[in-house]
Design a protein around this ligand. Structure first.
Ligand code: NAD
Length: 483
């Protein structure tokens, strides 16, 4: 475990993301020895906090994770607070002075990571001042980490990207999609490309369909204001779901290098069939949750328009027109207030007409359990034990043990380490974004043009797997949701 030297500057250092995810992730890197003596963190936001107060906040956010008070105190001693309005040029001069001082004190070699844990509308301004006020050093690296949402359509994503790329090149820009930091998402490539059986079968000749489910049990919670302007399509499909789809459907990369994997992924995004409005209406379904036994309908939630037409559920059939997968239906679905919180992939294989028949699985299914279970299941047909010759459905399963799960780094920990190491393989490249927005805009625009009666929603009850139309989407193709 090589110690990494760097200064982190976290914009939005008092925010929810910083406290819930980033500080615990940095602490785990410290505990595992990737961060030791030579690192420092500047948290900046508008509130007038002192270093002491900030360090108490850091200790609170790693509560229950440290071995001793001394360890927590030592970790927190690397944190510095700078009260700062990102629109104020003068603040960057002070920030630079502090950064240079810490660089010397901790011997950081000029390496700097700028974490933009704030609203994207500030990204352009921050990037510009980081350059113009000389915060980006000549000596070490300067890498910028960006959170979602990256735009709300192709045009706004491009404008945002143009702003940032004026000051940071693509190799220094790390766009986070935390699903790419999940153990079983990272496992998809290993499974596909390092197993002869799956390499041989993972193609349009043998796969009947692919299903990706990313369901949430919670409702919109406190995010109503944002969610009203986003909806499930932008919030979940454009990023997490399409990233998982690309890993499942990409052609085999030439090598395991970052460049070749990225190339293969970009080609996959490019190969996503962009739908005409007619095709959108045929292939995409939207839903919004109504009330449940103890839950209110989406339209009754805080900060939500009582006539809101925002979708909290999406199901769709995609097609990736590449060598391996052209013609294979890829079904996706995601939503809030569904039966359970779960991320899983089902690969449904074609089956010949059964020779023996009886109570068998019509299709072999490989299930990749991503969350909250981590493992694989394979549905097979086998002979019933005993004298008589009869067949029966069988499921064989593999689960990561509790001990293994305990060793898995949290997504943010893994991704921040990737940034420290300069490895961008688990981040979203601009080209991937570009094509994903092109695909998404076609759906969004077709929906926006469609006049729906207000009582179209709600169309699914809390605690279900979405509207009836989601099941029908598969049935009309002779398919069905495995889960
Ligand atoms: P938040 O509202 O909790 O925090 C925002 C931070 O920005 C605060 O520290 C605030 O002080 C600071 N800030 C606002 N205006 C400022 C200004 N003019 N100058 C200086 N500082 C200013 O938000 P959050 O939930 O932490 O989210 C931050 C970003 O991360 C958002 O873009 C969000 O979409 C994204 N994100 C958050 C989560 C999450 O779990 N919270 C998950 C994924 C993505």
């Amino acid at each position: 475990r090589e110690e990494q030297r760097a200064l982190f500057i976290i914009f939005g250092g008092t925010g929810d993301l910083a406290q819930r995810k980033l500080y615990p992730a940095l602490f785990n890197l410290y505990k595992r020895g990737y961060l030791k003596k030579n690192f420092a963190v500047i948290g900046t936001a508008r509130r007038p906090w002192t270093n002491d107060y900030y360090r108490d906040v850091i200790k609170c956010s790693i509560d229950g994770m440290f071995d001793s008070q001394a360890q927590a105190t030592d970790f927190a001693s690397h944190f510095y607070y700078h009260s700062h309005n990102v629109n104020d040029k003068q603040h960057y001069e002070e920030l630079k002075a502090l950064a240079d001082k810490l660089d010397e004190k901790y011997d950081l070699g000029g390496n700097r990571i700028y974490y933009l844990a704030m609203s994207p509308r500030f990204f352009g301004t921050i990037s510009q001042y980081l350059r113009s006020e000389g915060l980006v050093t000549e000596r070490g690296y300067g890498r910028v980490i960006i959170e979602k949402p990256f735009g709300r359509d192709y045009q706004s994503a491009k404008e945002l990207n143009d702003e940032i790329s004026r000051y940071f090149d693509e190799d220094s820009t790390f766009r986070i999609d935390h699903y790419l930091g999940k153990e079983m998402v990272q496992n998809i490539m290993a499974l596909r490309f390092d197993n002869g059986i799956w390499s041989a079968l993972w193609n349009k000749e043998h796969i009947k369909n692919i299903q990706v489910t990313l369901s949430e049990a919670l409702g919109v919670e406190e995010r109503g204001g944002y969610y009203e302007t986003a909806g499930a399509l932008r919030d979940m499909v454009q990023n997490h779901i399409l990233q998982i789809v690309s890993l499942l459907t990409m052609d085999r990369p030439k090598s395991a290098s970052e460049k070749d994997i990225r190339q293969a992924k970009v080609e996959t995004f490019k190969a996503l069939k962009v739908y005409s409005p007619e095709e959108v209406y045929q292939n995409f379904v939207r839903g919004q949750y109504g009330e449940g036994e103890e839950q209110v309908a989406y339209r009754e939630e805080a900060m939500i328009d009582p006539d809101s037409m925002t979708e909290t559920f999406v199901a769709g059939k995609l097609e990736v027109q590449n060598k391996s997968m052209a013609g294979v239906p890829v079904y996706i679905r995601t939503g809030k207030r569904m039966t359970a919180k779960m991320t899983r992939v089902d690969i449904v294989f074609k089956n010949e007409a059964p020779l023996f028949g009886g109570g068998i699985e019509p299709e072999n299914v490989l299930t990749i359990n991503i969350d909250p279970d981590l493992g694989l299941d394979l549905r097979l047909n086998m002979k019933k034990v005993g004298q008589e010759f009869a067949t029966k459905k069988t499921k064989i399963g593999y689960r990561l043990s509790k001990e293994q799960v305990a060793k898995i780094p949290e997504a943010y920990e893994r991704l921040i380490l990737n940034v420290l190491q300069g490895n961008a393989v688990n981040f979203t490249h601009w080209d991937e974004l570009k094509y994903s927005w092109r695909f998404l805009d076609a759906i969004r625009n077709a929906w926006d043009e469609q006049e729906l009666p207000v009582d179209f929603f709600p169309n699914y009850a809390c605690g279900t797997m979405g509207p009836q139309a989601s099941a029908e989407l598969l049935e009309k193709n002779g398919d069905h949701w495995i889960y």
